[in-house]
Design a protein around this ligand. Structure first.
Ligand code: FES
Length: 334
């Protein structure tokens, strides 16, 4: 069997697809060889066995505990990877995965007290770690706060209920913005909720995963409460869809020789800005992992969420991963 991509050398057979919510499916995969991974890590998946189209998904299973290697995927209307995985892939088919990657794992940030904060699909690494911790670190005290839009959007709802009912060391708080039911707090994560539910927050290792705006808010709150930076960890990869566009304000993207200028929304990724104007750019994983979208910025204002494949010297020279670079002001590319 040919290996479709140097990034994704691990063939896995789809055993089953399980619907978690209206738009999230779990794909359970059978791996014939040993596939080492840590709870909370992710893998790249080769989409349609292509070398050029890779997507990063968290492994939502837990090593040593789950019968399958699983990924849980939200089907995005324009998501090439997520639509294929959730709508077209069938049991029996082979998927190609990279080795497990990433540092967002409780094994890399050991503690005896955790606060796990997740919103939306950010719950996937969190449940992987919680399952693993209650079995392998039973003395560990774990608080979890999950934020969803409506109670129906809770991914792995039954598993969460079971974990909180059977594991006294895990305390679960559910929050919904709309259609609140008994068992849910109303609203979003904020100062008051944290003060009331986690008064000992500064003594905990905080791990958070969710949309970028959510994680930024959580980070600010943790700073405000005095959680040491060394105790705060957030998942670093994000899809461009999550990053979105802010405020409708525009900035100027300039590309030299001959000079061309394009208007793009502030806050959009460099990758989205280039693609929206049909400018050439390579992008395989779109998640700051594979390095294929490396681009050099000569000047301008931007933030980055991943520099995973770049050396310190390249970062110094202005290289960014276009998929993980958010444009904040006018930008000039090399
Ligand atoms: S597309 Fe893979 S790092 Fe940007």
């Amino acid at each position: 069997m040919a290996q479709p991509s140097p990034h994704c050398p691990n063939p896995m057979q789809v055993h089953s697809l399980q619907r978690e919510t209206d738009d999230v499916w779990t794909l359970n995969l059978i791996n014939n060889d040993f596939y080492p991974y840590q709870p909370g890590q992710f893998a790249l998946v080769s989409i349609r066995d292509s070398e050029d189209t890779l997507r990063a998904y968290t492994l939502s299973s837990s090593p040593g505990l789950s019968p399958f290697v699983s990924i849980s995927v939200r089907c995005l209307p324009d998501g090439i990877g997520s639509r294929w995985l959730t709508q077209e892939v069938k049991p029996g088919q082979i998927l190609w995965l990279s080795d497990a990657q990433g540092t967002f794992s409780c094994m890399q940030h050991p503690s005896d007290r955790y606060l796990m904060l997740a919103a939306g699909c950010g719950v996937t690494p969190i449940i992987s770690m919680c399952r693993w911790l209650v079995v392998n670190r039973p003395e560990c005290d774990i608080q979890v706060i999950l934020n969803v839009r409506t109670p129906e959007n809770v991914i792995f709802a039954e598993q969460w209920q079971q974990l909180s009912a059977t594991c006294p060391q895990l305390k679960l708080t559910l929050m919904a913005e709309e259609q609140v039911q008994p068992g849910f707090l109303h609203g979003r994560i904020g100062e008051q909720v944290l003060r009331q539910t986690v008064p000992d927050i500064t003594s905990r290792t905080v791990m958070t995963c969710g949309p970028i705006a959510y994680m930024q808010q959580v980070e600010q709150l943790c700073q405000q409460f005095g959680v040491p930076a060394t105790q705060f960890h957030k998942e670093q990869f994000h899809t461009p869809v999550e990053q979105g566009e802010k405020h409708g304000k525009q900035i100027m993207l300039r590309i030299g020789q001959p000079l061309r200028e394009y208007r793009v929304p502030v806050g959009s990724t460099l990758l989205a800005a280039l693609e929206s104007h049909k400018l050439p750019v390579n992008a395989a994983c779109r998640a700051g992992v594979c390095g294929s979208c490396k681009t050099r910025i000569l000047e301008g204002s931007y933030t980055t969420t991943s520099n995973m494949t770049l050396s310190a010297a390249e970062i110094e020279q202005g290289y960014v991963l276009a998929c993980s670079c958010q444009l904040q002001g006018d930008i000039t590319l090399a």
